[in-house]
Structures are given as C-alpha cells and as structure tokens.
Design a protein around this ligand. Structure first.
Ligand code: 6PG
Length: 469
C-alpha cells in the first residue's frame, strides 16, 4: 500500500460499503477502505484478494493512501453516525477534497453538512444509492448531487460501477446542493406507492378472486412480461411462490401483516405537504404502513366494525384484465406524483434537475426500475418543462384508455370490503386533475363565512367578502 496510490476511499465496510468497494475494484479502481471495526477492513482484503483493495487503520492513514484531491465515500447508518464520521475526517482532509455521503440521509442534513464543510474548503456530495446489496455489488443506480466542480473527479468511477441500460450508466450528476438525497427520497416515496399498489392487487387476487399463491404468481409474471415489466412486479411474483424453510407451505402466508419503515416515504409526504404538491398515492402508502403497525387498534376494530366480508363473487375472467390495467394506470399516476414533486423542488431549491436524466438513471439498478421509465424519459425529452407526466400525449392516452378499468376495480374492491386505498387515491388524483371544476368554491365560501378569509369570483377580478348572516 503506497501513499497517494488509491483512487477512492470507502468509509463504512458493512455489507453495502464492501459490496460497492469490490464493485469499484472489479472495474480497476484502487479502493482503500476504513471501518472502526478493523475486522471489516480485514474482510474487505480477504474478499478482494487479487483486486486493487486496501484497508486503513485510521482516518489519517486512509487520507495518506488516497491520491489528491481525495474522494471518500461514506456508507454508514444515517444521522448522527454520518456526522461522527465527518468530524473524524475533517482534520485529515485538505481543501478541494470530496466527501460523498452515499447513505439514505435526510436532504436537509445534507445541506447543513455541505454548508459547514464548504466553510473549510471541503466539498460534499449527497448521493442516493439504490439497489440494495446486490445492486451495490453488481450495478446500482446512483444519484449524486452537490458542487458541480467535483463531478469529474468521481465520474469515471461511478459510471463504471453503475448498472448499465442500453450502454448508458445509471448515474449522472443530478444537481446542486442536496439534490442527490432529495431525488433518492422521492425515489423511495414512489417505491412506497408501488409496493402498496401491488399489495392491494395481491389482496384482490387472494381474498377477492380466491386465487392460490401459485396462480397469483402467474398473474404477476404475466404482467412482468408486458409493458408493466418492473423489478417490483418481478420480485412480487417470486415472493408468492417461495416455500417456507421453517414450516410447511408458502413463506408469504406466515409473514406478519405489519410493514415497517425507515422513514424516507414519510419524508416524501412531509416534503410534498411543505411544497403544496399533491401526492395522494404515496401519502396513503405511508398511512397504510402506519395503520398496519397498530395491531391493537386493528384487533379491537375487527371485533366491532361491520361491513362486507370478502367472498368468492368476483368473475375472474372479467376482473383479471381489469386489474392489470388498473395497476398500469395507478403505476403511471404514482410516478407522475413523484416527478411533479421533483419539478417543484428543483425550482424551490434551485437544484437544476433534468427530469429526463432522472428517469434515465432509474431505468436500471434501482428498486423502482421499470419499462415505464423509458416513456417518462421520452416525455421529458420532448418537453423538458412538462409540469406533470399526465400531460404527455402518450401517457395521457394510456391513462384515458385504462381509467375505466381502474374505476371498475375500485368499485369492486369497495363493494367487497377489500381496502384498496392506493388504487382509490390514484383514481381520485386522476379524476380531480381532469374534472375541470372542483367544489373548492364551497370551501372558499365556508372560509369566508366563518373567518372572513375572502374569496375570488369567476366573473370579476379582486377579492370579496360577504356578510353571510
Ligand atoms: C433502495 C431502497 C433502500 C431501502 C429502503 C427501505 O432504493 O435500495 O429504497 O433505500 O430498502 O430504505 O425503506 P423502508 O425501510 O422505509 O421501507
């Protein structure tokens, strides 16, 4: 290990950090790792035998090993651990060096860290990385953002390790400031929405149509072979037929019906509320995770609240194609909500996002990769300032063609007493957008009635107040 001979440093050698480091080494980039737990550095050396990897014993040693300006990627648990790592490294870094936080950090923390480090001449990237362990090892999607002048320093490394789709790497410089972590947060919000929609489809197939797990898997497999092709549909099909290792039967039937969360979906909803952007499918996905977690309340309500009990009344031959198209429509609407949020955030925070590029780098490596992203990319290439993908002629035509099936599925679910809030919220979003008129006039009148908040009229300019009583 010679001084200044390594291309990049990796701090945090857990499974994600090691996988990404080995991926970099596979592509000929010399990586030096550091972890407080020295056994993990040793593990990197063992797993990377024959590859250009090294392990440092301290931040100072890592700094010595790296060529300058240094590039150091941090893959540790989010706040406050990221702050501890930064504090450990600041004393051994020099002006122009680059720190990259590649964890799921809150974007406001990224802004805070970037500003504090800029005062010391150290550059800071917040980078979303998606794809889990296997993505990190074999090709993730990466969303780096921060000072543009540092992009070229890490570009060759990131482009070579990223997933590749049609010869294009699933990474690009996404924008200024905390753009990278913001884009990853919205990626996860979309992930929450899609997972909720697929869970509802599974429920409608299971309790509504009384299909076996094997039959359900076949339905999802069929979808995956169509334009609904996506990673989440693919793994859902696989999950449905996975046998249980610990007991008889299928594993999915023995998994507790409580969904946990680390918080990125919640951040997406909180942000959308702050920016005033409607993302109802994602909101409802977050709420339903919370509801699933309140087991006591659910048990109590199960005893006292009456309603239809799902019974085998659904005509499968009619319903299955409807459900497919309903998912297709809701899927477009979920991405549309996330993309609209990104377009508002780009203006508000001056990120300079290129949404065609965001769609492009989500086509491979990440959890929400899907054939649909080709259409979203094309939509933004055609109209870079598109306010919302539902206005793209191709996507608008698809939504218009599938809306009747979404409506039919929602009606069936409501009639059968099977909760389908994601599908319902998507339909409400669709109908509210297209309505041309909303009953918000009444809300304006009510506000003026009880609070003298004034209202606007349809027939003349200005604001008005009426003495209602
Ligand atoms: C990814 C995933 C990844 C992680 C989520 C899970 O893009 O690789 O989104 O970031 O699996 O953090 O989030 P929840 O625990 O909130 O479901």
């Amino acid at each position: 290990m010679t001084a200044r001979s390594f291309d990049i440093g990796m701090v945090g050698l857990g499974v994600m950090g090691r996988s990404l480091a080995l991926n970099m080494a596979d592509h000929g980039h010399a990586v030096a790792g550091y972890d407080k737990d020295v056994s993990k550095g040793q593990l990197l050396l063992t797993e990377g035998t024959g590859k250009p990897v090294g392990a440092a014993q301290s931040p100072a040693e890592l700094a010595q090993l790296l060529r300058t300006p240094r590039a150091i990627m941090i893959l540790v648990a989010p706040a406050p651990v990221v702050d501890y790592v930064i504090n450990d490294f600041v004393p051994v870094l020099e002006e122009g060096d680059l720190l990259i936080d590649a964890g799921n950090s809150y974007f406001r923390d990224t802004d805070r860290r970037a500003n504090a480090l800029a005062g010391k001449g150290i550059r800071f990237f917040g980078m979303g990385v998606s794809g889990g362990e296997s993505g990190a090892r074999h090709g993730p999607s990466m969303m780096p953002g921060g000072p543009p002048e540092s992009w070229e320093r890490v570009r060759p490394i990131l482009e070579s390790v990223a997933a590749q789709v049609s010869g294009e790497p699933c990474v690009t410089y996404v924008g200024r400031g905390s753009a990278g972590h913001y884009v990853k947060t919205v990626h996860n919000g979309i992930e929450y929405g899609l997972m909720q929609l697929l869970a509802e489809c599974y429920d409608l197939l299971k309790r509504g149509c009384q299909l076996s797990n094997h039959e359900i898997a076949q339905v999802f497999q069929g979808w995956n072979e169509s334009e609904l092709n996506s990673y989440l549909v693919e793994i859902t099909a696989r999950i449905c037929t996975r046998r249980d290792d610990l007991a008889d039967g299928d594993l999915v039937d023995r998994i507790l019906d409580v969904s946990r969360q680390k918080g990125t979906g919640k951040w997406t909803s909180q942000e959308a509320l702050d920016l005033g952007v409607p993302i109802p499918t994602i909101d409802v996905a977050v709420s339903l995770r919370n509801l699933s977690g309140d087991e006591q309340l659910r048990k109590a309500a199960h005893q006292v609240l009456r309603g239809p009990t799902p019974s085998p009344g659904i005509h499968r031959a009619t319903f299955l194609p409807q459900l497919r198209n309903a998912y297709a429509a809701a899927m477009v609407l979920t991405y549309a909500q996330g993309m609209e949020l990104l377009s508002h955030a780009s203006k508000k925070y001056d990120y300079g996002l290129n949404l065609a590029e965001v769609a492009r780098i989500w086509r491979g490596g990440c959890i929400i990769r899907a054939a649909l992203l080709n259409d979203l990319r094309a939509a933004y290439q055609l109209q870079p300032a598109l306010p919302n993908p539902v206005l793209d002629p191709t996507l608008a035509a698809r939504l218009s063609a599938f809306q009747a099936d979404l409506r039919a599925v929602v009606a069936t679910a409501a009639g059968a007493g099977i909760p389908a809030p994601g599908l319902m919220a998507s339909l409400v979003y669709y109908d509210s957008l297209r309505a041309g008129w909303l009953p918000a006039n009444l809300i304006q009148a009510q506000r003026d009635y009880f609070g003298a908040h004034t209202y606007e009229r349809t027939d003349r300019p200005g604001t008005f107040h009426t003495h209602w009583e």
